[in-house]
Design a protein around this ligand. Structure first.
Ligand code: AMP
Ligand code: ZN
Length: 488
């Protein structure tokens, strides 16, 4: 199978055909830094990190650019509020963001440009737009002329009256058309600003990404990504600027957008105040559990954040690391695909980053490891031997592509934030007893569930329950009179 991705431009899944197979280029919009980022902001970082890992496996050279927006009115307001310089504020919060993303297992992008380092390129781009009749200066501002681009709106597919309705909220007298948007705006003496042909001022948000992607990836490149909220106006306007300035029909060939991370059914956002920062969550949970949670839903689907979800992710990793630990003394035997597998984690991901399926596959691999009776698989109904060394190499290689299972299991199990596996409590809705020892009643309830699973021939679920109880120090014994248990 080869890589297929959903392209927001066509609203269809398309085979990925790079512009230049010798050099694949990817740009993802990063955050505006004025505080710690929230866990919703980490969703695009983790989702596109998986894409980056996958592309790196398949292509000889991949350049990944993920920017940092370090000039913006919110930043200016926060700096005044804190009595801190903009530089100091954005350095501090930008560094914290990078370190938090590293802890979430995101590989460092090839370039992580800060917008203020590219103001010169932004000014040049604006000059090009003016020279080509796509922009005009008015009242210290420079605006992009939307009517100068006949197919403006192709990405968001918004009809013109909707574009205008949206723009009318802040209709400014210097706009020739209500849909026109700002490329450059004037700064008061007390505000951050740069000298420009239009007076001292600062760039609009959209022009930043056109300038940085143009400088680091070229006038057209392969994939542009970000969250769903960026389709309009940010990405629509990036396309308008880059295509009009550079004179190409395409800015990026594929546009990918992740769905929202929600909390109680609502988009997590700074403005709604319903957010949890990655920084605080990293104090409470192992980073890898946060990453796994973010990958547990398909990237285009909404993902509801809950502490139970994080605890479940932690319990899943307990099980996967138990499988890795049990292979400690086994030498890995490289194998691309086990004969019992239909596809691999990589082929799951090649189908528009199907991370839920990839995680289910990790479970299935762990199942083989943790249940030695399963070490014989069936291929065309003929038994085939699966060697532990092969399982080890598949588990670790698959984990790498997802960015999990890369630490020593001892390190995982010693992480104080891992605490006890809590999935049993979760299922009993008793999350307030997280640290308590699992009670006799809970064990009996789990055994009853396991019996149900076995009757339904759902042996994977039955095994999972047994493994989870084992992690709690409870050993099950199946005998002719049913299942008995003891604390180990
Ligand atoms: P911002 O700093 O708001 O520009 O956001 C940085 C990145 O995070 C962008 O790609 C946004 O689309 C994305 N983002 C913001 N909030 C969420 C959310 N609740 N769920 C998923 N992605 C989000
Ligand atoms: Zn952007």
């Amino acid at each position: 199978m080869s890589l297929v991705i959903y392209n927001t431009l066509s609203r269809e899944k398309e085979p990925f055909v790079p512009l230049d197979p010798a050099h694949v280029r990817l740009y993802v919009c990063g955050p505006t830094v004025y505080d710690y980022v929230h866990i919703g902001n980490a969703r695009p970082v983790v989702a596109f990190d998986v894409l980056y890992r996958l592309l790196k496996r398949r292509y000889p050279r991949v350049t990944y650019v993920r920017n940092i927006t370090d000039i913006d009115d919110k930043i200016m307001a926060r700096a005044t509020e804190c009595g801190e310089s903009i530089d100091a504020l954005t350095k501090r919060t930008g560094d914290a963001y990078q370190s938090d993303m590293r802890r979430l297992g995101a590989l460092a992008p090839d370039h992580e440009p800060r917008a203020t380092e590219y103001v010169g390129q932004m000014i040049e781009l604006i000059q090009q737009l003016i020279a080509k009749g796509h922009a005009y200066a008015a009242d210290g501002h420079v605006l992009f002329s939307v009517p100068s681009m006949p197919d403006y709106g192709r990405l968001s597919r918004k009809p013109r009256d909707e574009l205008i309705a949206g723009a009318r909220v802040e209709v400014a007298p210097y706009k020739k058309d209500p849909a026109d948007f700002v490329l450059w705006k004037p700064s008061a003496a007390t505000q951050a600003g740069w000298p420009s042909p239009w007076g001292r001022g600062r760039p609009g948000w959209h022009i930043e990404c056109s300038a940085m992607s143009g400088a680091l990836l070229g006038e057209t490149f392969d994939i542009h990504g970000g969250g769903l909220d960026l389709i309009f106006p940010h990405h629509e306007n990036e396309i308008a600027q880059s295509r009009s300035a550079f004179g190409h029909a395409t800015m990026a060939k594929y546009w990918m957008h992740n769905g929202f991370l929600n909390i109680s059914g609502e988009k997590m956002s700074k403005s709604l105040g319903n957010f949890l920062t990655v920084h605080e969550l990293l104090d409470q949970y192992p980073a890898e559990a946060i990453r796994l949670l973010l990958l547990s839903a398909h990237y285009r689907q909404p993902l509801d954040f809950t502490h139970e979800g994080l605890q479940q992710a932690r319990a899943t990793l307990d099980r996967l690391y138990r499988a890795v630990a049990s292979l400690k003394d086994v030498a890995a035997e490289p194998v691309e695909q086990l004969r019992i597998e239909q596809g691999t984690v990589e082929t799951d991901l090649e189908d528009d980053l199907n991370t839920p399926l990839a995680i289910a596959r990790l479970h299935a691999l762990a199942d083989y490891v943790l249940n030695p009776t399963k070490l014989v698989g069936y291929d065309d109904r003929k038994p085939v031997e699966i060697r532990p060394g092969q399982l080890k190499s598949r588990l670790l290689a698959s984990g790498y592509t997802l960015g999990v299972l890369q630490q020593d299991p001892d390190v995982w199990f010693k992480d104080p934030r891992r605490a006890v596996s809590v999935s049993i409590h979760e299922r009993l809705n008793a999350t307030d007893t997280l640290d308590a020892q699992v009670s006799d009643l809970e064990i009996e309830a789990e055994i009853a569930k396991r019996n149900e699973a076995r009757e339904a021939k759902n042996f994977a679920e039955a095994d999972r329950i047994r493994d989870e109880l084992k992690a709690q120090g409870v050993i099950l014994e199946d005998g002719p009179k049913g299942t008995t248990w003891k604390r180990g």
